[in-house]
Design a protein around this ligand. Structure first.
Ligand SMILES: NC(=O)c1ccc[n+]([C@@H]2O[C@H](COP(=O)([O-])OP(=O)(O)OC[C@H]3O[C@@H](n4cnc5c(N)ncnc54)[C@H](O)[C@@H]3O)[C@@H](O)[C@H]2O)c1
Length: 369
């Protein structure tokens, strides 16, 4: 199969969908790999690294026109819609339930589109979203610690303290993948960490894997208000699958916080869990409300593309190998998780939630593939 790698063109997006290490695995399996010129540069992979492992560097037109399977990171944007075509399988983050123009473009073009974010294991895990949550969680503690510095508008507090001086208080709301990863970074910095969770089973698990080094509290409005008021850094990491994030921290709670405290709303990509949040970018990441610095970058992994690209491609490569190796039809027949990723096939919506979101007909995958 000819596997193509397109360059990302969205602002602030430096990731690439395949590393040279992944390209080597594919060429060794007998596939042809074509990479758009410069596609890996933002992640510190020059074209020569791909050429060295047997990939061919091609133009934007060629990568879209000649690939059987095209790998991307972000969804196609309007200027790319005209390049979608029958006979092409696109494998990327799509998020089309929230994007009607893209859904139409995919359907009209006849392309087959497989979405990273809807690949789902039998236990309900999302293996192609998890690595980005790990990155965002770890980055959230680091970003929070940075913006607590006085010259950056923060309280002027070192999260780890020093011998004889108390450490800072970090409060994490939501103890899933983001929350756990935020906690281990904050613990590593020497902070005192509290996690507020709604699931008792998840808290039992966190107690075990964190060896009792964090305070675990049942999440409630009262407990959130009390914890937030004492915090130096609050990290919002809740997720209710398929829904907007609940506004768990009100404007009054923010006003109650210490001057110069920091909040990091990782859940901003689902609308945010602080009433005062709005999405920001890496080039302008923070704003201040009632003396509290808000960091609400919607694509946090984009800020550390070397790590994010490797983490993402570690997770996607087995699926890429399966599709390239046996074709999409056989690959989805052999793997239920991958089958859940298929959103659009030849003008049909094959993912129920997408059909529902846009009032379109849903066609079960088995009928079209
Ligand atoms: N900004 C970014 O760049 C970025 C990157 C990755 C993930 N995210 C977002 O981070 C959020 C968390 O993702 P995740 O992968 O950790 O999800 P996850 O499902 O692993 O964890 C979410 C946790 O929130 C808990 N929760 C739900 N309601 C709660 C409540 N009221 N109080 C306390 N806890 C509650 C759940 O029990 C669960 O443990 C999501 O909104 C995700 O989209 C953002």
């Amino acid at each position: 199969m000819r596997v193509g790698v397109a360059a990302e063109i969205k602002p602030d997006e430096y990731r690439v969908a395949l590393t040279p290490a992944g390209a080597l695995e594919l060429t060794r399996q007998g596939h042809e790999v074509v990479v758009e010129a410069g596609a890996g540069e933002g992640s510190a992979f020059p074209d020569s690294d791909y050429e060295r492992v047997g990939a061919r560097i091609v133009s934007l037109d060629e990568v879209w026109a000649s690939s059987d399977l095209l790998l991307k990171v972000k969804e196609p944007i309007a200027s790319e819609y005209g390049r979608l075509r029958e006979g092409l399988t696109l494998f990327t983050y799509l998020h089309i339930a929230a994007d009607e123009p893209l859904t139409r473009a995919l359907l009209d073009s006849g392309v087959t589109a497989v979405a990273y974010e809807t690949v789902e294991t039998a236990r309900g895990a999302l293996p192609l979203l998890a690595p980005m949550s790990e990155v965002a969680g770890r980055l959230s503690a680091q970003a929070g610690a940075y913006f607590l510095e006085k010259p950056l508008g923060g309280r002027g507090l070192l999260l780890g303290g020093v011998p004889g001086v108390a450490p800072g208080q970090v409060v994490i709301i939501g103890g899933g993948i983001v929350g756990y990863n935020a906690a281990i970074m904050a613990l590593g910095l020497g902070a005192q960490v509290t996690i507020l969770e709604r699931s008792i089973d998840r808290m039992r698990h966190l107690e075990e894997i964190l060896s009792g080094r964090v305070t675990l509290l049942m999440s409630s409005t009262l407990e959130i208000a009390a914890s937030v008021a004492k915090a130096d850094l609050v990290i919002g990491a809740v997720l209710i699958p398929g829904a907007l994030a609940p506004k768990l921290v009100t404007r009054e709670m923010i006003a109650d916080m210490n001057e110069g405290a920091v909040v990091v709303d990782v859940a901003i990509d689902q609308g945010g869990c602080f009433e005062t949040s709005h999405a920001t970018t890496h080039s302008d990441p923070v704003f201040v409300v009632d003396g509290v610095t808000h960091y609400c970058v919607a694509n946090m992994p984009g800020g550390v593309p070397i790590t994010s690209t490797k983490a993402l491609t570690n997770a996607t490569l087995p699926y890429v190998e399966a599709i390239a190796g046996s074709g999409l039809r056989a690959a989805v027949a052999a793997d239920e998780s991958l089958a859940k990723g298929v959103n659009v096939v030849a003008g049909n919506v094959t993912y129920e939630a997408v059909a529902e979101a846009h009032g379109l007909d849903y066609t079960p995958l088995a009928e079209v593939l």
